[in-house]
Design a protein around this ligand. Structure first.
Ligand code: SF4
Ligand code: SF4
Length: 237
C-alpha cells in the first residue's frame, strides 16, 4: 500500500452566473488516509478556490456531502483515498453531483427540492395513538423496535434515490418510502391508512422494480429494497 497517491479527478462544474457546465480535470497528490472531502478542501487551497462542494458533519451523519464517484452515489466524507483506489482499481475518478435535485453550483444541489419528496410523506407523527400507559412516557418495546430499527438509521443522503432509476420517473423515492414506513411501524402513530394511500398511489412503491440498487449503495447499510418489499406485501407488524 502506498503512502501517497497521484489522483486525477474529473469533476463536473456548473457556474450559475453564466449557466455554463464543463468537466474540469484536477491532478493532485493525496495521502492515503485523506477522505474525499479533505481532497476537495486541498483542491480549494492548492489549485482552485472557486470549486464548490458541500459538507457539514463529515462523520456520515448529516448526508450533505453525497456525490457520484465513478458512477456510484456515496458520501465523500466516508471515502478514504486508499479505499477508493482499492475499490475502483484506479487513481482516476469522475465526480459529479447527485441527480435527484437541480444543481446550484458544481457539486452542490438544491437539497430543499430533494427534501420535498421526503416532506411529502410527512416524516413525523400525524395522528398520535393512545398511550397504553397513560400519564407516562410512551415506551416502545425492544421487540417492536427491532423490526424497524435498521430503517431509522437513514440520514437522507439521497444516494439510494440517485441510484434508483424509478426516482427520475415519478417515484417519491426509496428514502421517502423508508421514512413513511418508519412512522407506520411506530406504535405511537395511528395514521397507517393515510400513509398507505400515498405509498400505494401512482408515485408510490409499485414504481419500484426491485433492482436492489438502493440497498447496494446505502452508506448506512440499510436494506432499503427489503423495507420497500414489506410495504408492497403489507407486512407491517
Ligand atoms: S436509505 Fe441509505 S442511501 Fe437512502 S437516503 Fe437513507 S441513508 Fe441514504
Ligand atoms: S429496489 Fe426499487 S427503490 Fe430500490 S433502487 Fe430498485 S427500483 Fe429503486
Amino acid at each position: 500500500m502506498k503512502e501517497r497517491y497521484a489522483l486525477t479527478l474529473n469533476i463536473s462544474r456548473y457556474d450559475p452566473a453564466t449557466r455554463k457546465s464543463w468537466v474540469q480535470e484536477y491532478r493532485i497528490e493525496a495521502g492515503r488516509i485523506l477522505r474525499f472531502t479533505d481532497v476537495f478542501r486541498k483542491i480549494n487551497k492548492e489549485l482552485d478556490p472557486t470549486f464548490a462542494w458541500n459538507s457539514s458533519c463529515e462523520h456520515a451523519q448529516c448526508g450533505s456531502c453525497s456525490v457520484v464517484i465513478n458512477g456510484k452515489p456515496m458520501l465523500a466524507c466516508e471515502l478514504l483515498v486508499e479505499n477508493s483506489v482499492e475499490q475502483f482499481k484506479t487513481e482516476t475518478f469522475t465526480i459529479g453531483p447527485i441527480t435527484v435535485a437541480p444543481v446550484l453550483r458544481d457539486l452542490i444541489v438544491d437539497l430543499e427540492k430533494a427534501y420535498d419528496r421526503v416532506h411529502s410523506i410527512q416524516p413525523f407523527i400525524i395522528k398520535p395513538s393512545k398511550n397504553p400507559h397513560q400519564g407516562e412516557e410512551y415506551r416502545i418495546s425492544p421487540r417492536v423496535m427491532e423490526k424497524y430499527l435498521e430503517a431509522t438509521r437513514c440520514v437522507n443522503c439521497f444516494c439510494c434515490a440517485t441510484a434508483c432509476i424509478s426516482s427520475q420517473k415519478g417515484f417519491i423515492g426509496p428514502n421517502a418510502v423508508l421514512a413513511s414506513l418508519v412512522r407506520i411501524m411506530d406504535p405511537r402513530e395511528d395514521a397507517t391508512e393515510e400513509r398507505l394511500k400515498l405509498l400505494y398511489s401512482g408515485e408510490g412503491v409499485y414504481r419500484c422494480h426491485t433492482s436492489m440498487a438502493c440497498s447496494s449503495v446505502c452508506p448506512k447499510k440499510i436494506d432499503v429494497a427489503h423495507f420497500i418489499g414489506m410495504v408492497k406485501e403489507g407486512l407491517f407488524s
